[in-house]
Design a protein around this ligand. Structure first.
Ligand SMILES: [Fe+2]
Ligand SMILES: [Fe+2]
Length: 261
């Protein structure tokens, strides 16, 4: 890290090189997360009182959390595998911070399942997980195993993260207070992960525009799994059709920011 930056300097005031080193560091990560994780318990503010949920709402929440656990497990396995094929120190260090985030997400969602009376979370996840999301997880891990850096990073830090981001944000809007507080902090982390993916891929596409075709192919392979997962999530959250369609549009917009229509 550069010694030239003054303590507490705003990252936006830094030159491009220092900025790049700064945001790909554990120090940046720690300062980012301590603001919203310090003092939390189970990933949420400790002063919150559990709202009584009727059985239908409780079941919906359990199904949603089971799918979140699959997504977070995919991201945990994906980001840890990506470290081995990341092209340089800064990307490896960022991914190490992401591994910590994804492990935390899996932990707090599993803890929430326990809060809701689920005694064997692994078995419950197995029973309720969306088949499309499980397939997505397998495809992502195949891209990582194939050492396909851009494709795997795109599948994980743009496609999967965008899917999680739109679903979590929509869920947070009408979740019980404890779940909403857990989701609020997770969303902040996912934003950082999407930012990293867009920055890294944007730079690599500018350096070598031919990579765009490969990412377009990955998108075509994965989009239907994402849209099926969104449909299944919308059903399990009991969302009206208009809101489900809006989620699909938000996901598309997020992925298209890289110009991969
Ligand atoms: Fe996550
Ligand atoms: Fe993430």
């Amino acid at each position: 890290m550069s010694n030239e930056k003054s303590p507490g300097a705003e990252v936006h005031d830094l030159d491009a090189g220092t900025f790049y080193e700064e945001v790909h560091s554990f120090e940046f990560w720690f300062h980012a997360v301590e603001g919203y994780l310090a003092g939390t318990e189970g990933g949420h503010r400790p002063d919150l009182v559990e709202e009584a949920l009727d059985e239908e709402r409780r079941q919906r929440l359990i199904s949603a959390l089971c799918n979140y656990c699959v997504g977070e497990t995919a991201a945990l396995e994906g980001s840890s595998g990506l470290i081995a094929i990341a092209p340089n120190r800064t990307t490896k260090i960022f991914l190490a911070t992401q591994v910590a985030d994804e492990g935390r997400h899996l932990e707090v969602f599993t803890r929430r399942l326990s809060d809701l009376g689920v005694t064997d979370p692994e078995a419950e996840v197995e029973r309720r997980a969306s088949p499309s999301l499980q397939l997505f997880r397998r495809h992502l891990l195949e891209l990582v195993a194939g050492k396909d850096w851009e494709a795997a990073l795109f599948a994980q830090n743009v496609i999967l993260e965008s899917l999680e981001f739109v679903v979590f944000r929509s869920h947070m809007a009408d979740a019980d207070p404890v779940t909403a507080s857990v989701l609020e902090a997770v969303i902040k982390d996912e934003r950082r992960h999407i930012g990293f993916g867009e920055n890294e891929l944007g730079r690599r596409l500018r350096e070598a525009p031919h990579r765009r075709a490969r990412l377009g192919q990955v998108r075509r392979d994965m989009d239907h799994l994402v849209l099926d997962t969104l449909a299944e999530s919308a059903r399990s959250l009991g969302l009206p059709r208009s809101e489900h369609e809006q989620l699909g549009r938000q996901y598309m917009e997020s992925v298209e920011r890289l110009g991969l229509a």
